[in-house]
Design a protein around this ligand. Structure first.
Ligand SMILES: *Cc1c(COP(=O)(O)O)cnc(C)c1O
Length: 333
């Protein structure tokens, strides 16, 4: 797919491991389950945004930028990985953060990811309630330009056609790992939020003419909006790759596992996080992978997969947020 045409910096630990989830598969009665460990991409606790940032930061540097600006919630994993990439590459970094989740305890407000953002030396700007983060990023970029800086704005979640290239490359990596092990991967299951991760995978497997289908689990509690974002980013990514002539691939986003809303803990999420910890020694996160795993467990219970099929759960990281949600796990968590 000619990924080599696009500028890319290398700071992710790749390939990430592909490991069997033997005890979970046995307990659930199949299918064959694997976890793709993108929580192990290595940059300041890793996660899926590191793959996107290899292309986004390369694009910034190629254009002469000296400052990265991005936005997210107070517990955003994306802004934490952006701050780390900026530190590595000697770029200044400004983070526009919104209080997008109604949690006000000390762990949430100053622990977990935001603690790491500050440690990484980023400028942290917490927006007053009701202000628009895209406008705030643009305003900040204007002020920095007036001071002679050269800012580069990365969208929320790193989700655009450039960032999604990281997951086009990840699709090829999964395809290669499966081939090496004689595995036929039928489905990849992934948390879907801003949509760039699923979009990159969809575009990547499509471009490879792969058998593998991608199932997104909506964590926004608004699956129609999430699916529309995935579709839009997938189409943009295919166009960016020059495959726009091909029929656009189908996009599946499963509703019903976002609980009461983005970042709000659900009983099902807490059960999934505890179950994976105790069965597999695998730590999930409370906002994305806990809900996505709950979705996968529910799909298996509903008979979605044949016992002979192979399903890969993409672990997108996010564990630093566990410490910000300590109170949600009180009592056996
Ligand atoms: C950002 C994020 C996701 C969602 O990825 P999108 O590309 O925004 O859909 C999933 N898991 C974790 C841990 C994340 O930080």
């Amino acid at each position: 797919m000619q990924l080599a045409r696009f500028p890319r910096l290398r700071f992710a630990h790749l390939p990430t491991p592909l490991e069997p989830l033997t005890r979970l598969a046995r307990e659930l009665g199949g299918p064959h389950l694997y976890v793709k460990r993108d929580d192990c991409t290595g940059l300041a606790f890793g996660g899926n945004k590191t793959r996107k940032l290899e292309f986004l930061v390369a694009d910034a540097v190629a254009g002469g930028a000296d400052t990265l600006i991005t936005a997210g919630g107070v517990q955003s994993n994306h802004v934490r990985q952006t701050a780390a990439a900026a530190a590595r590459l000697d770029l200044a970094c400004h983070l526009v953060l919104t209080r997008n989740v109604p949690r006000t305890d000390e762990d949430y407000v100053s622990g977990g990811n935001i603690q790491l953002d500050r440690l990484l030396g980023a400028g942290v700007h917490v927006l007053p309630e009701g202000e628009n983060r895209e406008q705030a990023m643009d305003g900040l970029a204007d002020r920095l330009r007036a001071q002679g800086r050269r800012p580069y704005v990365i969208p929320v979640g790193g989700s655009n056609a450039v960032g999604a290239l990281g997951y086009v490359a990840a699709a090829a990596e999964i395809e290669r790992q499966a081939e090496e092990r004689d595995l036929l991967v039928d489905h990849v299951v992934v948390a879907a939020s801003s949509g760039g991760t699923q979009a990159g995978l969809v575009a990547g497997f499509h471009g490879l003419r792969s058998r593998t289908r991608v199932i997104g689990i909506d964590v926004e509690a608004d699956a129609d909006v999430t699916a529309a974002a995935v579709r839009r980013h997938a189409a943009e990514t295919l166009a960016h790759l020059g495959c726009s002539e091909a029929a656009t691939p189908g996009v599946e986003v499963v509703a019903g596992h976002g609980g009461d809303g983005y970042g709000l803990p659900s009983t099902e999420m807490i059960d999934a996080v505890q179950r994976l910890a105790r069965l597999e020694g695998l730590i999930l996160d409370p906002v994305y992978t806990g809900k996505a795993m709950a979705g996968l467990i529910a799909l298996i219970a509903a008979g979605r997969f044949a016992p002979s099929e192979t399903v890969v759960f993409l672990h997108t990281g996010g564990q630093p947020a566990l410490f910000a949600y300590r109170s949600a796990f009180a009592g056996g968590g």
